[in-house]
Ligand binder design. Structure first.
Ligand code: C2E
Ligand code: MG
Ligand code: MG
Ligand code: MG
Length: 282
């Protein structure tokens, strides 16, 4: 009896698995048409200097408006796009769209930059730098107005290639940031040889800072160490996920350079981000 019910349980489990798998495949199939169907767009989240409050740039964040499901989270569809290599096509579009918008908004004249997230799969393509170069050329955006965000887990896979691409990007004037710093297991070793210009500290380090945080609390000391680490290696440091005025004040006190988060500005569709930009220029 036990055997039989166990077997049925297993079958049900298999059926559930394949249902999830079918759903995943269906979503992937739909994602394939999403770009052509105009369902993908970019939202822009402001990035600010902590000291002056000045707007220093925007991060472009991909959005998928599915006709039936509504907004699908990037945490759900980016992995699908990566597995299917669709990310190459989508990533190229993101890069071009973000550059085009930055030119339209005169980022060069304003001295601010656009940040674009890049997947490992994209970065590892032999022609990756060529794709970036073409996006800059086609849109006319100076390389200095573009910052790429790489997550630490990806960059380490092939260090020689990473080195080469980073060097070539630097020649274009394109800057590179480490995204979600502190969440991967080899956080520190990747800073050895790679010329990142910005360290984006993961929001898990910011979330624990609150109204009652003392200067001697571990949360405070840990964030402070990350700020010092970045500065020792001549990187600027940006805190992610800043939601409260207390967090802002503590980060400023620690010497953190910049911040991004719901407490400063939410990710906004282009029309609304344009208003933020207008407000920032007085
Ligand atoms: P990320 O690059 O670390 O982006 C920051 C994420 O945190 C965004 O989520 C943003 O909406 C969210 N966020 C910003 N401020 C706050 C805050 O104060 N509190 C909280 N709780 N969250 C905040 P989003 O837009 O859902 O994107 C998730 C991730 O998807 C991104 O993380 C990035 O890794 C990836 N992603 C987004 N767009 C692209 C893209 O165009 N290409 C690639 N390869 N990945 C992308
Ligand atoms: Mg990012
Ligand atoms: Mg991040
Ligand atoms: Mg993230």
């Amino acid at each position: 009896h036990v055997k039989r019910s166990g077997r049925n349980g297993w079958l049900r489990y298999e059926q559930r698995l394949s249902a999830a798998e079918n759903e995943r495949r269906e979503l992937e199939r739909e994602l394939r048409g999403a770009l052509a169907a105009d369902q993908l767009s970019l939202h822009y989240q402001g990035q600010f200097c902590l000291n002056s409050g000045a707007l220093i740039g925007f991060e472009a964040l991909l959005r998928w408006q599915h006709p039936q499901l509504g907004a699908v989270s990037p945490d759900r569809f980016i992995p699908l796009a990566e597995e299917s290599l669709l990310i190459l096509e989508i990533g190229r579009w993101v890069l071009e769209e973000a550059c085009r918008q930055a030119v339209k908004w005169d980022f060069s004249g304003r001295g601010i930059s656009t940040s674009v997230n890049v997947s490992a799969v994209q970065f590892e393509q032999p022609n990756f730098v060529e794709v970036v170069r073409r996006a800059l050329q086609d849109t006319g955006l100076p390389g200095g107005c573009l910052m790429l965000e790489l997550t630490e887990s990806m960059v380490l896979r092939d260090e020689a290639l990473t080195q080469r691409h980073m060097g070539e990007l630097r020649e274009l004037g394109v800057q590179v940031a480490v995204d979600d710093f502190g969440t991967g297991y080899s956080s520190l070793s990747m800073l050895h040889n790679l010329p990142f210009t910005r360290l984006k500290v993961d929001r898990s380090f910011v979330r624990v800072l609150g109204a009652h945080t003392a200067r001697t609390d571990r949360a405070y000391l840990l964030m402070q160490v990350l700020v010092k680490l970045a500065h020792s290696l001549e990187m600027t440091v940006m805190a992610e996920g800043v939601e409260t005025p207390e967090q802002r004040a503590l980060l400023l006190e620690m010497g953190c350079d910049a911040a991004q988060g719901y407490g400063l500005a939410r990710p906004l569709p282009a029309e609304l981000a344009a208003r933020l930009l207008d407000a920032a220029s007085g």
